[in-house]
Design a protein around this ligand. Sequence first.
Ligand code: BG6
Ligand code: MG
Length: 216
Amino acid sequence: MGCIFDLDGVIVDTAKYHFQAWKQLANDLGFDFSEADNEKLKGVSRAESLNLILGWGGVQVSEAEKLHLMEKKNRVYLDLINEMNPSEILPGVAEFLEHLTQNQIAIALGSASKNAEIILEKVELKHYFQVLIDGNKVSKSKPDPEVFLKGAEGLGLAPENCIVFEDAEKGLEAAKAGGFYAIGVGDPAVLFEADYCIQNFEGQDIHDLFNKVKKA
Ligand code: BG6
Ligand code: MG
């Protein structure tokens, strides 16, 4: 059995840093966007996020300028995540990773972020992961299942023997498209694609969770 984790919104709450960095970029370009709009960027790759944001501002730029804007946003984001520490791990996550390790459950990361490894190092959780698949290792974004399929392949497990943990609708779609069990972390009304939803990882038991998704 294996577990594959999304990073942003599941292990740490980095959405606020992505929001701050993108907002600064939008403001520099002369427009703004709301925190509600930011919800639409969850699980979406850097390039696709930029396209959405430019669309909201009605701004058109060349492909070369897009690369420049993505670099600019990422510099601001890197400055923000550079300050991260283990206090930013979401409730119960560190204990759950330890519980999985004690129960010999394989662990992989399946994240769209190109900064995933730095973040795991900052919050001191990297050593729990046997396999890290991030935005540098995939060519297709969620809802394509590539990131999770590569994670399962790295663990040497079939998708039907893995649970994916996701906070974003696109991520859950990707998990289901790949033939994985999918657990939503957050509001079940929003995460309706999930086989089962949890509010957070506090007190969760992997054998209970496997039983719940198998019955779904
Ligand atoms: C996802 C986030 O995990 O990673 C998105 O939910 C983000 O908001 C994407 O755009 C890419 O992240 P990065 O760190 O490569 O810019
Ligand atoms: Mg996420």
